[in-house]
Design a binder for this molecule. Structure first.
Ligand code: SAH
Ligand code: SF4
Ligand code: F3S
Length: 441
């Protein structure tokens, strides 16, 4: 019996897949206290805001949503409000949050989320505000508890932190240096998810998965880890994110091609099509290197689905630089592009660069880029015709659908079976109104 037993909680998440997965661990921790999850942040006895500070917009949203709970906390002082994740972990973060949001009860960072239960229990006894931000991980960032959101795709962390220090990015300052989990720990987790819990996709997570294993006593490369995980028996596939173009070697392309259990989909953030900008971003590759990787990937896996991240309006980005990014989109023809306007992050080198771009210009550029990508994506649909993709078969609203590794849905109108949740080859025989239909081969 603990003082939270039977009480309700809600978790609000901002940011990347890493945070989404950490919120699953937060849910696991709160459930282990015998609490019940609800959606309503007004009603919940404990509300946890798992925050992100990658761009100003993400911070503003979290601030506003926490601030909106002021009244409900005043009406119900027993309510416990927690802020955790990347925002408090910034240099000034905890002070800013503590002063601007005085009614928040517990503020912790990215390195002590796994101790959330202890913080809550301590708070229940003392009723005193807790602000505790560690400056490095408390030895093991894994939590033994985890309640996953999705029943098909499971996130599994393989490496924490980032050593890259791209000049625009706050992540290395709030997530610390790279720290890999051992291959055995990952193997055991994946095996359990596939063989005991029925997951079909395992998505391996890290800010830069290609750096996996460099910090381990027994060095293991990312491709070696993948090969090892593919020895797990079962009908499942492995995805991973995020890959950094600088470290994506031929060994990884070879492993992806060879292993049927590795999804033929890759998120490969390029950030800009201009080598001059890439240099100022400290990305450690130029655009020729990036094109070379794309060529190799498409050569090895002609059906591969590619996606990317782009930053528009990085300091010093000229119209010419921006046009090189548009040219890149036309050449690569991504299935999906995530485009962001550059956001100045205090403490990062690029925040101090003098040639910052006007917000209006950023806005015009990002809209132009998104318009172009929309046209490219529409045209891309044609490339699917007559091709065969290995898909996960599911019933969606009673209709059989094959979902490609890249997430494209193919309707199977003449489906003769009762089974779902298995992988099969689907040949696309129809493309109409951007909708695909096909048959199982
Ligand atoms: N580790 C991954 C992604 C990290 S953050 C990688 O290296 O690619 C996800 C994306 O947010 C980045 O790829 C980048 O496009 C974007 N991003 C990061 N910092 C940003 C900033 N200051 N302003 C705008 N976008 C940013
Ligand atoms: Fe940020 Fe660069 Fe690290 Fe990605 S690789 S998390 S963009 S510093
Ligand atoms: Fe945001 Fe932190 Fe992820 S800053 S993008 S939640 S690592």
């Amino acid at each position: 019996m603990n003082s939270y037993q039977g009480k309700t909680f809600a978790v609000v998440t901002y940011g990347c897949q890493m945070n989404v997965h950490e919120s699953e661990k937060i849910r696991g921790i709160l459930s282990s206290l015998a609490m019940l999850e609800i959606d309503d942040v007004e009603k919940a006895d404990v509300v946890v805001f798992n925050t992100c500070c990658i761009r100003e917009g993400a911070e503003d949203r979290a601030y506003n949503n926490v601030a909106a709970l002021k009244k409900s906390k005043a009406e119900n002082p027993a309510k416990v409000i927690v802020i955790c994740g990347c925002m408090p972990q910034q240099k000034q973060g905890k002070y800013d949050l503590a002063t601007k949001l005085p009614f928040v009860d517990i503020i912790i960072g990215t390195y002590n989320i796994n101790a959330l239960a202890q913080y809550l229990l301590l708070y229940a006894v003392n009723k005193k505000r807790i602000i505790d931000i560690l400056d490095k991980p408390n030895s093991n960032l894994d939590s033994e508890f985890c309640v996953r959101d999705d029943a098909t795709n499971a996130y599994v962390n393989i490496i924490y932190g980032c050593n890259k220090f791209c000049t625009y990015c706050i992540v290395p300052y709030v997530r610390g240096r790279e720290m890999s989990r051992t291959p055995q720990t990952i193997y055991n987790e994946v095996k359990d998810l596939v063989q005991n819990k029925g997951y079909k996709y395992i998505t391996l997570l890290g800010q830069n998965v290609n750096s996996y294993g460099k910090d381990l006593k027994e060095k293991t490369s990312f491709s070696e880890l993948l090969t090892y995980l593919c020895t797990i028996e079962g009908d499942f596939k492995i995805k991973f994110m995020t890959s950094h173009p600088m470290d994506l070697g031929d060994d990884l392309i070879k492993t992806m091609k060879k292993e049927p259990k590795i999804a033929k989909a890759l998120h490969l953030p390029v950030q800009s099509g201009s080598s001059a900008i890439l240099k100022r971003m400290n990305r450690h590759y130029d655009i020729r290197h990036y094109y070379r990787i794309i060529r190799k990937l498409k050569h090895a896996m002609p059906n591969i689905s590619l996606s990317t991240d782009i930053i528009v309006g990085f300091p010093g980005e000229t119209e010419k630089d921006f046009n090189l990014t548009l040219k890149l989109l036309k050449k690569v023809k991504y299935d999906q592009v995530f485009a962001f306007m550059y956001s100045r992050r205090t403490g990062t080198p690029a925040a101090e660069f003098e040639d910052q771009i006007d917000e209006k210009v950023k806005n015009i550029r990002v809209n132009k880029l998104l318009r172009l990508q929309k046209i490219i994506q529409k045209e891309q649909v044609k490339k699917y015709f007559n091709k065969t993709y290995n898909c996960l078969i599911k019933f969606i609203n009673g209709v059989a659908v094959g979902i490609t590794d890249g997430g494209k849905e193919i309707y199977i109108p003449n489906y003769k079976y009762v089974n779902q949740n298995y992988f099969a080859n689907v040949k696309i025989e129809g493309v109409r109104n951007h909708k695909l239909s096909g048959v199982i081969k």
